[in-house]
Design a protein around this ligand. Structure first.
Ligand code: MOS
Length: 722
């Protein structure tokens, strides 16, 4: 069936193969362009380009009394200065809610009034010919503030109740429980700290705007920007082919994007705005600081009879950000009496935003730490406690699980990790002067799916293009979609190009919540199957995988392309099921008996993630999540000076993230899991669960090593010194 010069069609499926990243060469050679690297599309030499630098407020609450831009305006190279006095008024688009916008409150529209709501809030924008000139001009802007005492202190501010859930009667059951645990757990504020700085390049042509943008969602960005400028979404083109990490920080449209577009319109030139590392800490959200109280009740056989889980998270004064800290508490373990309660503390600070494993990783830290405490209280092994409390359905939703691999994960994980070598008594395992500890935790994250559209283009040149506006923020979406397209088109990957991150492609949701493969992947599967049939009808069934044949037929028919567009909705098969990924995490730590220094020596993660499209990339994503989990457990925190509201860890020297030297030996296993319900591809998503459960497994190991329960993250050496 193949002609003399053709590649034969793929013999074995590409799905399931650890294909190297199809964009890997572009990334390592610098050919892949990130937002800040673009020049002006319509002026390739970029000579008209201006740079914008904003000045952030250095108070956390109050207003601008006077603002003097005279000196700044006269500085070399300055194109113009924007403040609330001369910036264009934008539409009040507060009712337009975008991805990651809190359900209540109003998004901050920059440079519209004199009010200051948080430290670092943009109060002026300097636009100049070069970045350095813009930085210098910004430094010459003189602002006098009417400062008010800010409310910054999470501990003393009054929480506001947001919502609760319950099934059964948890308070009554807790009161009667034979064994009880009650403990409070804190997690510090964390910042995303992606390698790539957030950046925008804005260019207007008449009433049409083009943005080169660091974003996890081009469609969402176009919609929000359009609403604020009073444009139609189709008049805003957003281009974001590559994203150098984001972890949630690029889900929302932030003020810097709006300011770049504002300045480009006002000064009639393309404007590039790149946040500094310091500005990243106050400008693109963060994981909110949280405090959680967990009460667990159990009977004499260590079966859970009550779970009461209360969480408080920080938010801003102008938006109420709420995350799903408590969702998994209702179904992770078997308990008929569960109550949850969420509250927020509104502070004079910027609004939080989703950060990897948003809410769930926070909630699991407390729940899985409390489970560990209960295991010691009941005198049984932490895995045995979980096995005794393994649910056969989701009791919160009263639905069966689409699939749930926890028991297999515990078994395989325990065996590979060597859990049987764990001494029951904490503080008794040693390696020289290092105290050793083993800890474990259960991991979960919801497996969501959304709707997406995809376009498949067979070209007379013999190539196939697959286009969708989905993003690839690093997991390898270009690669996995190429594999899915290859199998479902019946065409070798060497003929296929996947294009992402552009509003000119068919609509797809933002890359977030671990649902891109379930969403854009399922759509790619559906549209490629349809496209294959259409091509087959055109060229004859046998020749689908044979580009020269379709080229010849296209030529004969005077056709340049065959374009097939379609989409997929949420799978009907999900109805009636609770769809989640599950895993079991095992950690070995060593704690220096004298200094309290903590090293994570080993991490084992065993996961049921449905079908694994690309084991290499899935493993890589879990590796990254494990490293970030070490950061959450032992290193990362952003503190605010209570007097001024400024972050005191606002740079990468003070905000510690794990480096290679912190990396443990890692063992990552995916169990075979065939989930026919979750979506047509059978995939469960990886990005979020990769972080979930790591921090509690490490925290539990630290307790096991030392006998000292530190109920706050990050766990620091000084917490362990007697
Ligand atoms: Mo993820 S926090 O949905 O980028």
């Amino acid at each position: 069936m193949s002609g003399p010069t053709t590649q034969s069609p793929p013999e074995k499926p590409m799905i399931g193969i650890g294909l190297l990243r199809v964009d890997g060469r572009r990334k390592v050679t610098g050919a892949a362009r990130y937002a800040a690297e673009f020049l002006v599309p319509n002026q390739p030499n970029g000579q008209n380009l201006a740079y914008a630098v904003f000045l952030g407020a250095d108070i956390a609450r109050g207003s601008i009394a006077t603002i003097d831009i005279t000196k700044a305006e006269q500085a070399d190279g300055v194109v113009g200065i924007l403040t609330f006095k001369n910036a264009p008024r934008l539409h009040d688009a507060a009712s337009v809610k975008g991805v990651a916008d809190p359900k209540s409150g109003s998004r901050l529209v920059p440079l519209q009034d004199e009010h200051v709501r948080f430290f670092g809030q943009p109060v002026a924008l300097a636009v100049a010919r070069t970045l350095e000139q813009a930085q210098h001009a910004a430094s010459l802007i003189e602002v006098q503030y009417k400062a008010e005492a800010p409310s910054i202190d999470f501990d003393t501010a009054t929480p506001r109740h947001v919502g609760n859930t319950s099934h059964g009667d948890a308070e009554a059951a807790f009161a009667q429980a034979a064994a009880k645990i009650e403990a409070t757990y804190d997690i510090a504020r964390e910042n995303h700290q992606p390698m790539e700085l957030h950046a925008t390049l804005a260019e207007w042509q008449g009433e049409k705007l083009t943005l080169h943008e660091k974003t996890q969602g081009v469609v969402n960005t176009a919609e929000i920007v359009a609403a604020q400028f009073g444009l139609k979404p189709e008049d805003v083109t957003v281009i974001s082919p590559f994203v150098g990490g984001a972890f949630g920080s690029a889900l929302r449209v932030w003020p810097h994007t709006i300011m770049a577009a504002m300045a480009a319109r006002q000064f009639k030139c393309p404007v590039k705005l790149i946040l500094s590392r310091r500005q990243m800490v106050t400008s693109v959200g963060y994981r909110p600081r949280s405090r959680q109280k967990v009460r667990l009740g159990a009977d004499a056989n260590a079966k859970l009879t009550a779970i009461i889980h209360e969480a408080t998270g920080e938010t801003s004064s102008f938006e109420t950000y709420v995350e799903n800290v408590l969702t998994s508490t209702g179904f992770l373990h078997n308990c008929t009496n569960v109550a949850t309660r969420y509250s927020t503390v509104a502070l004079d600070t910027g609004t939080p935003t989703p950060m990897r494993g948003p809410g769930v990783s926070t909630g699991l830290y407390a729940l899985e730490s409390a489970m560990d405490e209960l295991a010691y209280a009941a005198g049984i092994d932490p895995i045995e406690l979980r096995l005794r409390n393994e649910p056969d359905k989701d009791l919160a939703k009263n639905l069966p699980f689409s699939s749930r691999a926890t028991k297999e994960c515990y078994r395989i994980g325990a065996q590979r990790f060597g859990w049987s070598k764990r001494a029951a008594q904490p503080g008794t395992m040693r390696d020289g002067h290092w105290r050793l500890g083993y800890g474990m935790a259960t991991a979960t994250y919801p497996s969501n799916q959304d709707k997406a559209d995809v376009r498949v283009i067979f070209d007379i040149g013999g190539t196939v293009r697959v286009e969708t506006a989905a993003s690839d923020i690093g997991p390898g979406t270009y690669t996995s979609l190429t594999q899915i397209a290859s199998d479902n088109l019946g065409i070798g990957i060497e003929h296929i190009t996947v294009d992402l991150g552009d509003t000119r492609f068919p609509k797809a949701p933002s890359e977030g919540g671990s649902k891109t493969l379930a969403t854009a992947g399922s759509a790619t599967l559906a549209v490629c199957r349809d496209a294959r049939q259409q091509l087959a009808a055109l060229v004859g069934e046998e020749n689908v995988a044979d580009p020269p044949k379709w080229r010849a037929i296209f030529r004969r028919q005077g056709k340049r392309q065959l374009v097939v567009t379609g989409g997929s909705a949420t799978a009907d098969s999900r109805e009636g099921f609770s769809c989640n990924a599950f895993g079991a995490i095992f950690a070995e730590v060593a704690v220096d008996a004298d200094t309290g220094q903590i090293k994570v020596r080993r991490l084992t993660g065993v996961y049921g993630l449905g079908r694994i499209v690309n084991p290499r990339l899935t493993r890589s994503q879990v590796l990254g999540g494990m490293m970030q989990g070490i950061g959450m457990a032992l290193l990362e925190r952003t503190r605010l000076d209570p007097r001024f509201g400024n972050p005191t860890d606002g740079n990468l020297a003070d905000y510690l993230i794990p480096v290679c030297k912190d990396a443990p030996l890692v063992d990552i296993v995916f169990v075979n899991e065939d989930d026919p319900h979750v979506n047509p591809l059978g995939v469960k998503g990886v990005g979020e669960i990769a972080l979930c459960g790591i921090a509690p497994a490490i925290a539990n190991a630290v307790y096991h090593a030392t006998g000292k329960r530190v109920r706050a993250l990050p766990i620091l050496p000084e917490n362990l010194m007697a």
